[in-house]
Design a protein around this ligand. Structure first.
Ligand SMILES: [Zn+2]
Length: 215
């Protein structure tokens, strides 16, 4: 996608066109969030290709561009995409399991801590790569009114929250990009994945700000 300066609306139209050309179902909802306290998804498997965004979310456009970059990963780096798909759900299945275990015969979700660590690693790998793509797009092709500073704060909230999901076996109860959280997030992005893999770089102020969303 080459351009000089783009409006959000034009960029959105280009994204929709490209997705339709790849036989995606594109669902742009006039709501603030989708099921599961989620803002969007780019779902791809053998029988379904679906792209969904809650456009009334206060970061609806940012979610659209993020999910679009997941599509680009699938399109241009199938190896990374396929690897991540194998392990992405392990962490979330483990977190959700106590809620899903309505069946008394289901005792526990058997997963080793190595498998959980691998899942966390692979999630951070694909999400960090996705964010690098977003920042590259908005740098090469500036989008009118796109708030890069805010977007980078959201990246930090998003990536660090996965460490807390793993540590607490919980998902945030409230959207992790609240204005309150973003205020406490750093506005610089580290292009090196290893920075986000190392929990020692999760500072106390980031942790405290994120933890409120889990209470
Ligand atoms: Zn993502």
């Amino acid at each position: 996608m080459d351009c000089i300066m783009e409006t959000k609306q034009n960029f959105t139209l280009k994204v929709i066109r490209e997705l339709l050309n790849h036989n995606f179902t594109v669902l742009l909802y006039n709501t603030e969030q989708l099921e599961d306290v989620c803002g969007g998804w780019c779902w791809i498997d053998d029988d379904k290709k679906e792209f969904a965004v809650a456009m009334k979310h206060h970061m609806g456009f940012e979610i659209l561009i993020h999910e679009y970059c997941h599509f680009l990963q699938w399109k241009t780096d199938r190896k990374l995409w396929d690897r991540s798909m194998e392990t992405y759900d392990i962490l979330f299945d483990w977190i959700n399991h106590p809620l899903l275990a309505i069946n008394p015969f289901v005792k526990d979700y058997n997963v080793t801590s190595q498998e959980l660590d691998q899942s966390l690693h692979d999630i951070l790998e694909i999400e960090h790569d996705c964010e690098k793509r977003v920042l590259k797009i908005v740098k090469n092709c500036p989008i009118e009114d796109f708030d890069t500073d805010k977007y980078i704060r959201a990246i930090n909230a998003y990536l660090w929250s996965y460490h807390l999901n793993r540590e607490l076996r919980l998902r945030p109860k409230h959207p992790i990009y609240s204005e309150r959280v973003l205020k406490y997030m750093p506005n610089n992005f580290n292009t090196d994945l290893s920075f986000y893999l190392d929990k020692n770089n999760l500072t106390d102020s980031i942790r405290q700000a994120l933890l409120v969303e889990y209470e």
